[in-house]
Design a protein around this ligand. Sequence first.
Ligand SMILES: *[C@@H]1O[C@H](CO)[C@@H](O)[C@H](O)[C@H]1NC(C)=O
Ligand SMILES: *[C@@H]1O[C@H](CO)[C@@H](O)[C@H](O)[C@H]1NC(C)=O
Ligand SMILES: *[C@@H]1O[C@H](CO)[C@@H](O)[C@H](O)[C@H]1NC(C)=O
Ligand SMILES: *[C@@H]1O[C@H](CO)[C@@H](O)[C@H](O)[C@H]1NC(C)=O
Ligand SMILES: *[C@@H]1O[C@H](CO)[C@@H](O)[C@H](O)[C@H]1NC(C)=O
Ligand SMILES: *[C@@H]1O[C@H](CO)[C@@H](O)[C@H](O)[C@H]1NC(C)=O
Ligand SMILES: *[C@@H]1O[C@H](CO)[C@@H](O)[C@H](O)[C@H]1NC(C)=O
Ligand SMILES: *[C@@H]1O[C@H](CO)[C@@H](O)[C@H](O)[C@H]1NC(C)=O
Length: 891
Amino acid sequence: MNMRVLCFRSLVFIQLLLLVFSQDNPPGFISIDCGIPSNSTNVDEDTKLTYVSDDQFIDTGVNYKIAPDYVTDGLSTKYLTVRSFPNGTRNCYALTSLSAGSKYLVRAAFMYGNYDNKNNPPNFDIHLGVNYWGTVDIPGPDGAYFSEIIATTTSDYLQVCLVKKDRGTPFISALELRPLLTTLYKDDANAAQSLVCSYRGNTGASSQLRYPDDPYDRIWMDYTLNTWTDISTTSTFDPDTDFGIPSIVMQTAAATLSVQQSLELSWPPANNNKSTVFLVILHIGEVQDISSDDLRQFDIFWNGIAYASYTSVVPYKLYPGWFSYRSTDHDEHNVSLRATSNSTLPPLLNAFELYVITPTTGIPTYSGDVAAMNKIKTNYQVNKGWSGDPCVPTELSWSGVTCTFDSSNIPRITSLNLSSCGLTGAIVSSFGNLSTLDSLDLSYNDLSGKLPTFLDQLSALTYLDITGNSNISTTLPPGLQQRKQDGNLMYRFGGASRYSRPSNNKTKILIAVIIPVVCVGVLLLLACLIKSSGFRRLANGEEIRNKNSADLEDSNGNIVQIDSQHFTYKDLQKITNNFEKSIGKGGFGTVYHGQLYSGTQVAVKLLDNSSRQGTREFLAEVRHLSRIHHRNLVPLIGYCKDGLGCMALVYEYMSGGSLRTYLTDKDRNARVLSWEERLRILLDAAQGLLYLHRECDPPIIHRDVKTENILLNHMLEAKIADFGLSKAFRDNCTHMSTTVAGTPGYLDPEYNSSSQLTEKSDVYSFGVVLLEVVTAKPPIIDGRNKIRLTRWVHQQLTKGSMDDVVDMRILGRYDINSAWKVVQLAMSCCSETSAQRPVMSHLVSELKDCLELVHGTSSVMDSVRSSSSRRIALEVAKNGESLLPDGPSVR
Ligand SMILES: *[C@@H]1O[C@H](CO)[C@@H](O)[C@H](O)[C@H]1NC(C)=O
Ligand SMILES: *[C@@H]1O[C@H](CO)[C@@H](O)[C@H](O)[C@H]1NC(C)=O
Ligand SMILES: *[C@@H]1O[C@H](CO)[C@@H](O)[C@H](O)[C@H]1NC(C)=O
Ligand SMILES: *[C@@H]1O[C@H](CO)[C@@H](O)[C@H](O)[C@H]1NC(C)=O
Ligand SMILES: *[C@@H]1O[C@H](CO)[C@@H](O)[C@H](O)[C@H]1NC(C)=O
Ligand SMILES: *[C@@H]1O[C@H](CO)[C@@H](O)[C@H](O)[C@H]1NC(C)=O
Ligand SMILES: *[C@@H]1O[C@H](CO)[C@@H](O)[C@H](O)[C@H]1NC(C)=O
Ligand SMILES: *[C@@H]1O[C@H](CO)[C@@H](O)[C@H](O)[C@H]1NC(C)=O
């Protein structure tokens, strides 16, 4: 199966339309027929879904009809019109009223049909929000093409953008959005990555299927080869909770003609790029009655390697089993199903899905800035081709807008140039919302009225230009006036107006096309023409630190230069809304959630009286800590030290919470971390500790390494919290035994004898963390009698297997080799004597190896990871036991 051949071979015969019934679209479906008149609708002949005009989703572009030569009877109405985008590099549709964190299937469809009479089929990119989705390369005027993506939203809207490339004008025929349950494709489609469909094949079927046969309106292409035979059943399959695969898709299957013949699928790397990562999902379930003398048993080979040699697949009757596999770095990818020597029946395949895994690395601009910019855009009808995200990707950022990244790497707008843009009327309040604005140029417009006081909110403004607005009052509001007096603001005003009102005679493009109606069936070519994947990095990933240095006097009158922000108690009250939301209680005090004026979320740690110390020591420590920067350490943003006795530290807020919450049963809402995610988190944490031990001068021993002190951000990147505190706040602390010298269960046993904590004490504690992450058990297990986790793991392993140790929730979904490695590492970290424990650099390199085991070269392990539980289900089923899908563990 060569993908290219396959895509273009799939000719689909569309039935003549007989009668079109309209019906209510299912909830959440958005179906858009691009290019039809404003407010009009169409009913799709196939699905009976109602398609609406795209007018309410986009405000740029021109409507066209495809050339009459390409209008063939039976061609779906949604392909008859297009919206085309001659202006602007990027033009975006906004799909709103979605729910953040939900999963959607989005499909964009294209038929060129020489609508512009230029015979120039274009190529262009499509983006989903700020992330690359794919490249559309239209080969010719006839044929309708689509691309599908399964993605998770981070906000309540999604933008689908068309981005100009080197040839022709971007256009679109239809856009569809279908909600998916978040539990579907859950291992592979998430906030960090999307799935772009390369092919979805329904083997043994005779025609294409979609809604209403598939409630999620996925398009299943009928796929068969002449070396295969079609088999099917009229009985219904059990429901499938992992992919929601419809029974009707499972009911048809293909088998090879003889037992000896293997069933093969192969495809080339996407876009000739061997780095593309494919996800292949095979759906397998028995459709025939198998007599007791017969056996259908086969092995699955991935690129020539047996997926596992110790068990073979025996499909279970009417039960949807699946196998998934990730593949990269091959000249050609192939999957081969081969009967075992005992099998009397050939291998079978009911359906398969092939996706390109596409990372979603772009972070959109701060939502407050986006809202303000959109208000400004619509209020003044700014005609600068602004569409999509103002800052991201960098090469497509809005003209006149400059951005930087805040301390959590979120893009913020720092300068806005609207010089000579024809702005009229008053200055709208949205300008006051661009709180990180450093430069604002409004020169040569026709703005009138006063400079409003909300401009005082622009506390970082250093440049304001209102020259050439003849009817504007030039008096600055008090705050800006003060900034000007202090020499912090450069203010330009006066000057003659260069502004002239733009003429308002828009060229109207009218196209009248007479469509001849020819009553014959039509062959419609449907193909996935996406060239994948190649993603763009948002930025160079560097953290831009808050440059708000403060010169302070310490108690001895010495000037202390501190490279972080200084807050007063009043500031903290405001930031935390009067200490409203406590998000944790640590060794040194209570932590509150807060939000800086810039919108940055912070965690404010208010120190207990008992942890307090002299001003001088405090400032010295803050100075020290504010200079420590590493990707895997929670950054210190600022501190509070004022005459009123406030002592607090302000950290970046980590929205993902602590690692501990993901490992306890208590928090049932917490998502289950996959094995790979766990390894990544451990590696992150190890790198943070390594930095403290090796790069800091003097080296920092954390002294309280535990899962509560490993925090995650929204991308599940781990950062170490609370470092450096134990040393700083040791002296006056009354709870020394629990808070300073570590937490029970994590504490280095050698400390008891030597009373000396070394970096190897951190290694010991980290060993306990490793075990916690593998087992999801606390460091001290409360049973009939308390037992240390290290001991428990040891006991389990001597009498059982790895499966008895690993977190129940990932049984069957972890890679045993790397799990062994992690447990062995943990055991060496927890050696009684520190000399036997490894150093952090060793742990970092070993954890890197583990990650490689999981996803790098040995992609075979990956498949085991995600499918071994189902494979076991298939086996047990063969032995005649009844088994519910997703029932109790079968082991
Ligand atoms: C479409 O509907 C909206 C709201 O109902 C209305 O304001 C607008 O004028 C309509 N447009 C056309 C072209 O009928
Ligand atoms: C595209 O830009 C041209 C020139 O700026 C303008 O005349 C035309 O109206 C624009 N078309 C659209 C669809 O915005
Ligand atoms: C399948 O792929 C493997 C590895 O890329 C290759 O060695 C083998 O020849 C391929 N088999 C077929 C039938 O294409
Ligand atoms: C084939 O069947 C025999 C007898 O039941 C068994 O011993 C052998 O392991 C089977 N071979 C395979 C490959 O399953
Ligand atoms: C501007 O900020 C105010 C509150 O500070 C908020 O109510 C308003 O919705 C914001 N406006 C925009 C356009 O974001
Ligand atoms: C704004 O843009 C105009 C012309 O595009 C330019 O002359 C001016 O210098 C810019 N203003 C700033 C502050 O860069
Ligand atoms: C100047 O602005 C005021 C309102 O602020 C308006 O009444 C007046 O007509 C404007 N004058 C000119 C010449 O535009
Ligand atoms: C190939 O794909 C990888 C991963 O998707 C990407 O990083 C790389 O830039 C691509 N290379 C080319 C030449 O497109």
